[in-house]
Design a protein around this ligand. Structure first.
Ligand code: NAD
Length: 431
């Protein structure tokens, strides 16, 4: 009789058919990498699932005087390499599956760039555009107080993500500190610089994307001036990433926000575009460029396409029409596993999200270190250390991919899983 393969059984239990379910997308990549690595079935069972999923119902006194109850999550995926680390997003379509996927991606991301954190993520179902600043502050403070027993500088360190920012982090830090009865700066990263934030953190994710792209274009014998770039998203990652690439001499020919995109094949004046978006809250109406939909923007011919907005932008449906040489994934999960296969067959060089956008968590790690030291670094020191980490991780990933003859996405997961598995094995499983 053939012996049952526990890993295959587990896989059948988890892998579904929804191309756009981010947890399934994460799990499919994890399974592939685990199988190639020959991951021990016990480690596989432990690493495949989150350590903890917390759901909270958050009562908030709205400006109208009434109470509204919001649903929020914090998922802590893995602690094998250190405290859990990950952002908090506010959006109407946040789901537990999305937060679970994002928490796992944080584990793999921290391992790819070798920073001593596990992974976590949080989210609240709300529409921040419909809420006043006071309502957002009360929501953030009550959410923080519900999580007091689970977060902390040695436990789980939140950060900003979509629709949360330095102000949100300052409220979390203050609420946590009020309960702790002393100021605890290391509870969150992405804080304002004067209250324990790090210089360079705001630009870190976009800068990390730039450092990866700088390395990737060398593989195509391109210089920045010869390289055309299209960026989806004009927020913290996309906007600042596009700005930094523009400053470095890249020809940024396309950029978008949630309302649509701008294309000018002669190159866009990115600082001017960002000022326009800041003023008008939309790219619409910007003179001197063609207005396109986000779908059309992704299909513009370019050397580097950087999806820096949200998940599931490149799918089995549109991937055959993607015409870039390099895909630099600033967003988390912008590409589905089915699209991965098509891009690979079409020769697109993918800088996977868990490396491409790891600049943010790397400087978050620097911020946490500085908070614990109480000694703050110059911005050029932060940027130099970031570059060192991103370039080393990029080259390690390429080396791993060539050594194992796998695509860069699979290589990134393999590298990460191997590191987490090693640490878990050394610590032993408390079972
Ligand atoms: P942000 O809120 O600052 O900006 C998001 C941008 O994307 C905005 O320009 C918005 O208009 C646009 N957008 C939103 N939904 C869209 C859609 N459906 N189609 C097209 N455009 C859309 O967010 P951010 O911090 O820049 O994060 C963007 C992505 O990067 C997310 O996937 C996030 O998880 C990931 N990320 C962020 C950081 C960070 O440090 N901020 C770090 C790592 C990964």
């Amino acid at each position: 009789m053939t012996k049952a393969n526990p890993m295959a059984d587990e896989m059948r239990r988890f892998v579904g058919t929804d191309e756009k379910n981010p947890f399934e997308a994460m799990s499919e990549r994890f399974d592939k990498a685990a199988q190639i690595l020959g991951l021990d079935p016990d480690l596989y069972a432990v690493m495949r699932v989150p350590s903890r999923e917390i759901k909270v119902y958050i009562p908030v006194r709205m400006d109208s005087g009434h109470i509204q109850v919001f649903e929020g999550y914090r998922v802590q995926h893995n602690f094998a390499r250190g405290p859990a680390k990950g952002g908090i997003r506010y959006a109407p379509d946040v789901s537990l599956d999305e937060v679970k996927a994002l928490s796992a991606w944080m584990t793999w991301k921290c391992a790819v760039v070798n920073v001593p954190f596990g992974g976590a993520k949080g989210g609240i179902i709300c529409d921040p555009n419909q809420m006043s600043l006071g309502e957002l502050e009360r929501l953030t403070r009550r959410y923080t107080s519900e999580l007091m027993d689970f977060i902390g500088p040695e436990r789980d360190v939140p950060a900003p993500d979509m629709n949360t920012n330095e102000q949100t982090m300052a409220w979390i830090m203050d609420t946590y500190s009020m309960h702790a009865r002393h100021t605890v700066t290391g509870i969150v990263t992405g804080k304002p610089v004067p209250i324990g934030g790090s210089l360079g953190r705001r630009e870190a994710t976009g800068r990390g994307v730039l450092f990866c792209v700088n390395e990737a274009i060398k593989r195509f014998n391109l210089t920045p001036a010869e390289t055309t770039v299209v960026v989806q998203g004009a927020g913290n990652v996309g906007g600042l990433g596009a700005q930094l690439m523009h400053e470095q001499g890249y020809k940024v020919i396309g950029i978008s926000d949630v309302h649509g995109g701008l294309v000018n094949r002669d190159g866009l004046d990115i600082p001017k575009v960002l000022d326009y978006i800041n003023e008008n809250k939309s790219v619409e109406g910007y003179p001197g460029a063609d207005f396109v939909t986000n779908e059309e923007l992704l299909e513009v011919e370019c050397d580097v396409l950087a999806p820096c907005a949200t998940e599931n932008q490149i799918t089995s449906e549109n991937s055959p029409r993607i015409k870039c040489k390099i895909l630099a994934e600033g967003a988390n999960g912008p590409t589905t596993p089915k699209a991965d296969k098509i891009l690979y067959e079409n020769g697109v060089f993918v800088i996977p999200d868990i490396l491409a956008n790891a600049g943010g968590v790397t400087v978050s790690y620097f911020e946490w270190v500085q908070d614990r030291m109480g000694y703050f670094w110059r911005e050029d020191v932060v940027n130099e250390r970031l570059e060192e980490k991103m370039v080393a991780s990029f080259n390690e990933l390429c080396h791993f991919s060539e050594k194992h003859n796998v695509d860069t996405r699979t290589a990134a997961y393999m590298l990460a899983i191997d590191r987490v598995a090693y640490d878990t094995r050394m610590r032993g499983i408390y079972a």
